[in-house]
Each structure stands twice: as structure tokens, then as C-alpha cells.
Write a protein that binds this ligand. Structure first.
Ligand code: SF4
Ligand code: F3S
Length: 107
């Protein structure tokens, strides 16, 4: 099993999650973060840290976000590793809770 970053991270990217991950398995794009499914040890520490509630165990990700499972795996292979918190994106508050943000994903 793995944890998966879902839709609500896009355009928020608070990065609180990376600080608690014991195996540093977060990877960073310009407006989204992903978890490497083969590196995640399923510890669940990151899930409650996300202010946008964007992290789910793989088997609990909402039906309409299933594609994020393969998206996390794919992007984790190409994006750089991130291990330290940085500023949230400038409009994070305004974008929190907006649905269907996949169209805004910058790859
Ligand atoms: Fe890292 Fe644990 Fe979250 Fe997996 S569940 S991404 S190992 S903090
Ligand atoms: Fe994204 Fe939440 Fe981490 S918004 S960067 S999954 S703390």
C-alpha cells in the first residue's frame, strides 16, 4: 500500500507533509507534490499534516480521484525530491476546496 496526494494539493502545495516523512518520498512539481509509491512505507504520518486534506491511503482515495494513484507513481519518477517545507503557494487559501484542479496541473 501507499499514500497518495490528491486533487486538493494542486495550486495549494503547503508542503507540511514533507517534514514528517521518515523516508523522504515526496517529489515536487511547480504546483503539486506526489508520493513515490515504492518508497512510501505506509506510516500515515503525513495525512493529518496536510492543511488541505489532500493525502489519502491508496484504498481510501475518493472515486473521482482514482487517476491520482497512477499520476503519483508517474510523476515521482521524473520530479525532484523535496524534504524541507517551503512557503505555500501564494493563492493557496483561495484554491483550497476548489474541485477538479487536475486541469491546472503543471508538469
Ligand atoms: Fe511518507 Fe509515511 Fe506519508 Fe508514506 S505515509 S508518504 S512514508 S509520511
Ligand atoms: Fe500538498 Fe498538502 Fe503536502 S497541500 S504539499 S499534500 S501538505
Amino acid at each position: 500500500m501507499t499514500f497518495v496526494v490528491g486533487d486538493n494539493c494542486i495550486k495549494c502545495k503547503h508542503t507540511d507533509c514533507v517534514e514528517v516523512c521518515p523516508v523522504d518520498c515526496f517529489y515536487e512539481g511547480s504546483n503539486f507534490l506526489v508520493i513515490h509509491p515504492e518508497e512510501c512505507i505506509d506510516c500515515a504520518l503525513c495525512e493529518p499534516e496536510c492543511p488541505a486534506n489532500a493525502i489519502f491511503p491508496e484504498d481510501e482515495i475518493p472515486q473521482d480521484q482514482q487517476e491520482f494513484i497512477t499520476l503519483n507513481a508517474l510523476l515521482a519518477e521524473t520530479w525532484p525530491n523535496i524534504t524541507e517545507k517551503k512557503e505555500s503557494l501564494p493563492d493557496a487559501e483561495a484554491w483550497d476546496g476548489v474541485t477538479d484542479k487536475l486541469k491546472y496541473l503543471e508538469r
